[in-house]
Design a protein. Structure first.
Length: 418
């Protein structure tokens, strides 16, 4: 019998969560599992259609203000400007609770309930045996509601630190047949304060090793960005937003060039919201102040990451806040590139200091520059990090291992039905 799985990911743009979901769906045995995917109308991600997967898209009001800078990660509104009735309401525990309750009710009416109603016809038409919600509970409330109201079993694949509120814990969490966490760090954060958590497992994200097995042409990539063939090239990949730490990368590059004057930097990623675009402009202004115009290259969003990464001499992960997982770390390892990473969150579960990568204090540009100097200067260290990095992904982060773990979890969740 073929088991129908409905995947719901309503992120507004392509990112690590949806790439990981694509790896999972790609690896499913289609004789056992029949997938369908629902995405946001705003998300241009087209890989599922390219695989021949049925895809539906729904309107997601919570993200429609994103490009205007009205919302941040998780669809939560920015804090209101201090002053006036709002500031008065937030002073004092009782008034603050009423203020937040009002905000929650507005979000439910404006964002969550309309999406719930949009999801339900697809659920009834596809008749899934199981719904797989592809983000943290506060970001998939509509999916849990739609599953409840259609009486469909549902699991949650939690990929973020977005905290649960009291309503999530009391009403939505008990509806789940299980939870998958992408790291121990996310599991600890999401289950904090939960007295009776549902069945759960930590299953890390995978990397598609086959994408890195094709012959790479580093010289061609370097020519594309105007980087000399013998110049040290340090890369950073990720959405341009402050917590990802591009400002740390720029400061570290300027410091690194004191030792390696020919060093170049490559930033892969783009800014989405107005706030992130302003951050990008500030980064560019700072790079000019540091005299990096000819040595810092902005690649924007790239779909050919496996082609670009092998051209690097090192890959820097620079997040200034804990990373839920750190997909770029395992991508760098798969590309055969030495990796440095911020010592927080999921990165601590991937990297063993000095064995398969180097760890630096989050936000410390001088420490990052020192780590990169070690990589560029010490050939034996560099070779060890590359060899052990590849072994790490081959042993722990393959699509095959990921699919086997997730489908085993599906079977456990479905076994509850008798």
């Amino acid at each position: 019998m073929t088991t129908r799985i409905l995947y719901i990911d309503l992120a507004p743009r392509p990112g690590g969560s949806i790439i990981s979901l694509a790896h999972l769906v790609k690896g499913l045995d289609r004789t056992r599992w029949q997938p369908m995917v629902i995405l946001s109308q705003q998300n241009a991600f087209a890989d599922f259609e390219a695989m021949g997967i049925d895809v539906a898209r729904v309107r997601t009001p919570q993200w429609e203000g994103l490009t205007a800078g009205k919302q941040d990660h998780g669809g939560e509104e920015r804090p209101a400007k201090e002053g006036g009735a709002g500031a008065w309401m937030r002073r004092g525990a009782y008034r603050a609770r009423l203020w937040h309750l009002g905000g929650d009710l507005r979000r439910w009416r404006r964002d969550i309930l309309p999406v719930t109603r949009a999801l339900m016809p697809f659920i009834r038409a596809f008749r899934p045996h199981l719904i797989h919600l592809n983000d943290a509970i506060p970001l998939v409330r509509h999916g849990i509601l739609a599953a409840k109201w259609t009486r469909t079993p549902v699991i949650n694949h939690s990929r973020a630190f977005v905290p649960l509120n009291a309503l999530d814990r009391r009403w939505l969490l008990p509806s789940l047949r299980g939870m998958i966490f992408i790291s121990q760090a996310v599991a600890r954060a999401q289950l904090q304060g939960v007295a009776s958590p549902p069945r759960h497992r930590v299953i890390p994200n995978p990397v598609d090793l086959s994408a890195f097995r094709h012959p790479s042409h580093p010289a061609q990539v370097r020519r594309e960005f105007g980087v000399p063939p013998d110049a040290p090239l340090i890369g950073m990949a990720g959405r341009i937003t402050r917590w990802k730490g591009q400002h740390v990368f720029i400061e570290a590059l300027a410091s690194l060039r004191q030792r390696f004057p020919q060093a170049h930097g490559l930033i892969l990623g783009e800014a989405g919201s107005a706030r992130d675009q302003a951050y990008r402009r500030a980064l560019q202004a700072r790079s000019r102040e540091l005299g990096l115009e000819a040595h810092l290259h902005w690649a924007g969003h790239r779909a050919d990451i496996p082609r670009i990464l092998p051209a690097l001499d090192a890959l820097a992960h620079c997040s200034v806040e804990p990373e839920p997982f750190g997909r770029v770390i395992i991508e760098g390892m798969a590309a055969g590139v030495p990796v440095t990473a911020s010592a927080a969150g999921g990165a601590l579960e991937i990297i063993e200091e000095g064995v398969n990568g180097l760890l630096t204090r989050p936000g410390d540009a001088n420490a990052l520059a020192a780590a990169l100097t070690r990589v560029l200067h010490d050939a034996s260290l560099r070779d060890r990090l590359i060899e052990n990095g590849w072994r790490t992904v081959a042993e722990r982060y393959t699509i095959e291992k990921h699919v086997a773990a997730v489908t085993e979890f599906y079977e456990l969740a479905l076994s509850d039905m008798g």
